[in-house]
Design a binder for this molecule. Structure first.
Ligand code: HEC
Length: 362
């Protein structure tokens, strides 16, 4: 028995020695062509592909994805992408660049393929070894990387015109120190600032560069100035925003007919994790919402929008003050509307509401 084990060990060690010697000869001889214009053989390519996929998947699995439909986040990502990524990953209407044909592995055309958000976040942050894909995480914070991921989800559906229009509106590519953990909260700070305006603090310190007529004139009206972290004011889809405001007004005034009139026939309403059709909402929750809003006070904090051809997204934040069990309660409500131009009118095709109780007001 012992004898057998000994024989095995010798065989295994000998085999190892041969493999290592072979590898050394292979490496040292220079037989391997490291040129980027000499491509891997199929089995090697398949092996590396699997290695790459598994490596990324295992590392990105537990990443928490923020709300990637946030128009401001997408807009920011458009600016980042245009500034840093098109030479390698192209853009709508661009068939190739000077650098791309010579790269191996060749960067995928991200205006045509959509990458899973978690994978995309990990890849953009960490880069990919032995490829031209840089690790942008060394110069960009997580929220900025999420903005690129959010934009990449929309990119494959965009026409060259839509791409150009969005990049033109995007905030410039400066890596801002936003001091936040994830991209999901882009609104909240802007919201607090907007609220500052409401309280008549003038906002002189933090007023946006391009003085928005709304910030003062509307201080007591129902619309807070749309404003993001960097003072950039997107007023991208004014008609869609007007429809959103009409929707809010009708909800607050209990005007059922107008609320339903603004909802497209196939509209969906999502609230607290469940989604329902317009009919189901009209039959049940709408009346509850109207009754609730009737006794509450809604303070709009922020609104931003983004056009995408005949559709648009309008996001907004508001604070709802109400009384529960005799105590004042403040709720922070985030809303995202998807709208579609039907004929000459903007109709809401999807409503998403998220709300959470915040501090009890003084
Ligand atoms: C110098 C060229 C280069 C630049 C610039 C570059 N990339 Fe890449 N990128 C690559 C290459 C090459 C790959 C493919 C690597 C691989 O598959 O091994 C890649 C892969 C990716 C992937 C994964 C694609 C997939 O199908 O899995 C994403 C996402 C990505 N890049 C995003 C970006 C973003 C966002 C930027 C700009 C901030 C950017 N890249 C800038 C070269 C580049």
């Amino acid at each position: 028995m012992k004898q057998h084990v000994k024989h095995y060990s010798i065989a295994v060690i000998a085999l190892f020695a041969i493999v290592i010697a072979g590898a050394a000869v292979f490496v040292y001889s220079g037989v391997y062509n490291i040129g980027a214009d000499d491509h891997h053989t199929r089995p090697v390519f398949a092996l590396m592909q699997t290695l790459r996929e598994r490596s990324i998947h295992v590392r990105s699995e537990d990443i928490q994805v923020p709300n990637l439909d946030d128009p401001q986040l997408i807009l920011k990502g458009a600016g980042q992408y245009a500034a840093m990524c098109t030479d390698c990953h192209l853009k709508p209407g661009m068939s190739d660049s000077e650098i791309r044909p010579g790269l191996y592995p060749q960067p995928p055309n991200l205006s045509q393929v959509r990458v899973d958000p978690k994978d995309a976040f990990w890849i953009i942050k960490h880069g990919i070894k032995m490829s031209a894909m840089p690790a942008w995480g060394s110069s960009h914070d997580d929220p900025t990387i999420w903005s690129m991921v959010a934009f990449l989800q929309k990119l494959p559906d965009m026409t060259p015109e839509q791409y150009k229009a969005m990049v033109a509106k995007a905030p410039p590519d400066e890596d801002m120190d936003m001091g936040k953990e994830d991209g999901g909260h882009t609104h909240s700070h802007g919201g607090e600032e907007a609220q500052g305006h409401h309280q008549g603090e003038g906002g002189s310190m933090e007023a946006p560069e391009q003085e928005d007529a709304h910030s003062h004139a509307d201080a007591h009206a129902s619309t807070a100035p749309a404003k993001s972290m960097d003072g950039y004011t997107p007023r991208a889809a004014p008609d869609a925003e007007a429809a959103a405001q009409a929707f809010h007004g009708a909800l607050e005034h209990g005007d059922r007919t107008i609320v339903l009139g603004l909802l497209a026939a196939d509209a969906t309403i999502s609230e607290g994790g469940s989604t329902q059709s317009r009919e189901a909402y009209a039959a049940h929750h709408l009346d509850e919402d109207l009754a609730f809003l009737k006794q509450a006070k809604v303070v709009p904090l922020w609104m931003g929008s983004m056009p995408m051809g005949d559709t648009a997204m309008v996001a907004s934040d508001s604070r709802i003050l109400t009384i529960e069990n005799g105590k004042p309660v403040a709720i922070r409500s985030k809303e995202q509307l998807t709208l579609k131009k039907i004929g000459s009118a903007w109709k809401i095709t999807a409503v998403q509401w998220h709300s959470a109780q915040v501090e009890t007001p003084q």
